[in-house]
Write a protein that binds this ligand. Structure first.
Ligand code: SAM
Length: 196
């Protein structure tokens, strides 16, 4: 068994033990432990939320005075205490639903958006960066001034341009790769602090 497979299995086992719907839940937990993105009482919008692992982590962090709104094209099994919207983040009606549920007050946007991966690095990178640009457009519509965001991105030659665009909208952008993310995977995470 390759080391990468054993790491994948380790987090899959942990996810089952902790009752998380995805291994990705541990990536958000590690990010949050390092950068304190989520706090009690926060309103969090999780885009690309299916099957719901990040929602579970966010619900635990924001507590009963907080709010978690998940959006995905895919249908997900309902999660107690979370608001889930099925639809495309690019569509105006979906943006309006988020604004309505959040009362136009969003503290944090989480984006774990992924295209259907083809295995072609350049194509998957381009599609993912395009999705991330749409996630940034959404942030510009819904995220409060001083808010935070986390973007999963695929590495490649268009990444620096996206980072420059993010730096125009946030005071600080930090690049990180949680240990729960496999080294062989091209994904990294951008932690965006203080929406301008
Ligand atoms: C890696 S999964 C998210 C996993 C999730 N963070 C978890 O912990 O369960 C990425 C998701 O992005 C969603 N997605 C891709 N493009 C989207 C779009 N334009 N609007 C909404 N969701 C989208 C996919 O349907 C997929 O479920």
């Amino acid at each position: 068994m390759k080391l990468t497979d054993s790491k994948k299995d380790q987090f899959r086992r942990l996810a089952r033990d902790y009752g998380y719907r995805s291994r990705s839940a541990f990536k958000l937990k590690q990010i949050n432990n390092s950068y304190r993105i989520l706090n009690k009482g926060h309103c969090v919008v999780d885009i690309g939320c299916a099957p719901g692992g990040w929602i579970q982590v966010a619900l635990a962090e924001v507590g009963n005075k907080g709010k978690v709104i998940g959006v995905d094209i895919k249908k997900i099994e309902p999660l107690k205490d979370a608001f889930v919207i099925q639809g495309n983040i690019e569509h105006e009606d979906i943006i309006n639903s988020i604004l309505k549920i959040s009362n136009s007050h969003v503290d944090v946007v989480l984006s774990d958006l992924s295209p259907n991966v083809s295995g072609n690095w350049d194509l998957d990178h381009a599609r993912q960066i395009d999705l991330s640009r749409n996630a940034l457009k959404l942030c510009n519509r819904i995220l409060k001034k001083g808010g935070k965001a986390v973007f999963k991105v695929f590495q490649g030659d268009m990444l620096n341009e996206l980072i420059s665009e993010l730096k125009k909208e946030f005071k600080r952008v930090i690049i990180t790769k949680p240990t729960a993310s496999r080294q062989v995977s091209s994904e990294i995470y951008l932690i965006c602090i203080d929406k301008l």
